[in-house]
Design a protein around this ligand. Structure first.
Ligand SMILES: C[S@@+](CC[C@H](N)C(=O)[O-])C[C@H]1O[C@@H](n2cnc3c(N)ncnc32)[C@H](O)[C@@H]1O
Ligand code: SF4
Length: 396
């Protein structure tokens, strides 16, 4: 490890709400991520250090296996070389807000949530020692399928079955997760604190509805976090969402204007989204908006922030560098001899001209928000400024 990375890691650790001697990342000590291919890893940033696969391995064997132990040991030594390069890049760039590691800190030893778990642990298993804390994961992250009804302009076939079929003309990805998987998850539920559900569109993924029902029956106190496009809520899903006491939904909403929204979220009907949004807000289940600032909606961002202020919702901005999975010839652009023709609209703000970026920065700076909303908008402005400055260098 070079000295500067060591220093940056030290700086990063200072900002964390964990014990001084904390491992650099608790993900493999407390969490598992299930990817649509069947790969099981410690988190969604680390896709290369695969700990095991469903259905080839049993979950408990993975949790107690040699590979996960190697990863835990590496992280205890601040070694990010076993697939953790994305977090390493964030740390090197001093982007401490974006590091996924923080996501696990709330559930790490000495955090308030951990204290709560400690109390529960002592009460439930009085004869077991403290090292048995790691006997079960406390977080699961499910990305079990790409089943999705929409064909958003910034998305790709790995995330949306509709895009894969209609835009990319590829055969469907078969998710390996089945009833047996739901059965393997069951013994872990009494120990779980949080479960994240991603997709695809979670409300279209049948196996999720079975897991939610099990959570309701076995341990309804689990925090159930669902990231949804908000366009599909069947009666069974509505009932489960209503009943789950700790269900927190993040809605991916890039516009509150029908025309813009329908131009981005292709196949979607804005009126349906609106009525689902109203219902979810009325039952208090929406926690936040996840927004993709893009060329198409760039002047609507303050309006979306104001909505979040009015309804006391958190807001997160995704950095859109282009369509998920990258641009594909014949789908996003055609090469007609020397002429490149865009077949789908460009989405990335970074492709705007220096002047357009400057104009956007000024537009955002003319809006004032407080607290977390100000912080969110400022980091978007900072990102745009960086793109503009880089262009200035290239142009010059
Ligand atoms: C792939 S979606 C899956 C969940 C669900 N279908 C949804 O739209 O919320 C997860 C998140 O990725 C965001 N997203 C989509 N395309 C993106 C892109 N090109 N860059 C960054 N984030 C993107 C979505 O807006 C959403 O918040
Ligand atoms: S962003 Fe979400 S809703 Fe849109 S196509 Fe991708 S997975 Fe589906």
């Amino acid at each position: 490890m070079d000295f500067s990375l060591e220093q940056q890691i030290k700086e990063f650790k200072k900002q964390r709400n964990t014990a001084k001697n904390a491992t650099i990342c608790y993900a493999p000590s407390i969490s598992l991520n299930f990817d649509q291919s069947g790969d099981i890893t410690a988190c969604c940033f680390n896709r290369s250090f695969v700990l095991g696969r469903y259905p080839d391995n049993q979950l408990m064997d993975i949790w107690e296996g040699e590979k996960i132990k190697r990863l835990r040991e590496a992280l205890e030594n601040d070694d990010l070389s076993l697939g953790c390069q994305q977090c390493e890049r964030y740390i090197k760039n001093m982007n401490f807000e974006g590091v996924l590691i923080r996501h696990f800190d709330d559930h790490a030893p000495l955090s308030p949530l951990w204290k709560e778990k400690e109390k529960w642990w002592k009460h439930t298993f009085p004869s077991k020692s403290k090292k048995d804390f790691f006997a079960y994961p406390v977080m699961f992250e499910f990305e079990l399928s790409n089943q999705c009804n929409l064909e958003c302009i910034m998305c790709g076939g790995k995330w949306s079955s509709a895009i894969r079929k209609n835009r990319e003309n590829q055969s469907a990805i078969k998710s390996p997760y089945d009833e047996n998987f739901v059965g393997q998850i069951r013994p872990f539920l009494p120990h779980l604190k949080r479960a994240n559900f991603l997709g695809g569109e979670p409300f279209l993924i049948h196996v999720y509805q079975d897991i939610w029902q099990d959570i309701l029956d076995i341990n309804p106190s689990i925090e159930v976090a669902i990231t949804s496009n908000g366009t599909v809520l069947n009666p069974r899903a509505r009932k489960i969402v209503e009943q789950l006491p700790n269900c927190k939904i993040t809605l991916s909403i890039d516009s509150l204007q029908k025309d813009t929204w329908e131009n981005i979220r292709r196949n979607g009907k804005f009126d349906i989204l609106k009525s689902n949004l109203e219902w979810l807000i009325s039952i208090g289940k929406v926690k936040s908006f996840s927004v993709c600032p893009m060329i198409q909606n760039r002047y609507e961002i303050p309006e979306i922030i104001q909505f979040c202020v009015d309804y006391d919702l958190d807001i997160y901005f995704n950095t859109v560098n282009g369509p998920l999975g990258g641009k594909i010839e014949g789908i996003h652009y055609s090469l007609d001899s020397n002429h490149k023709e865009e077949l789908l609209p460009e989405v990335a703000l970074s492709t705007l001209s220096e002047n357009e970026l400057l104009e956007l920065e000024k537009f955002y700076l003319a809006h004032s928000f407080k607290g977390k909303y100000k912080k969110a908008l400022n980091s978007l402005i900072f990102q745009i400024e960086n793109w503009r400055i880089k262009k200035g260098v290239y142009v010059g």
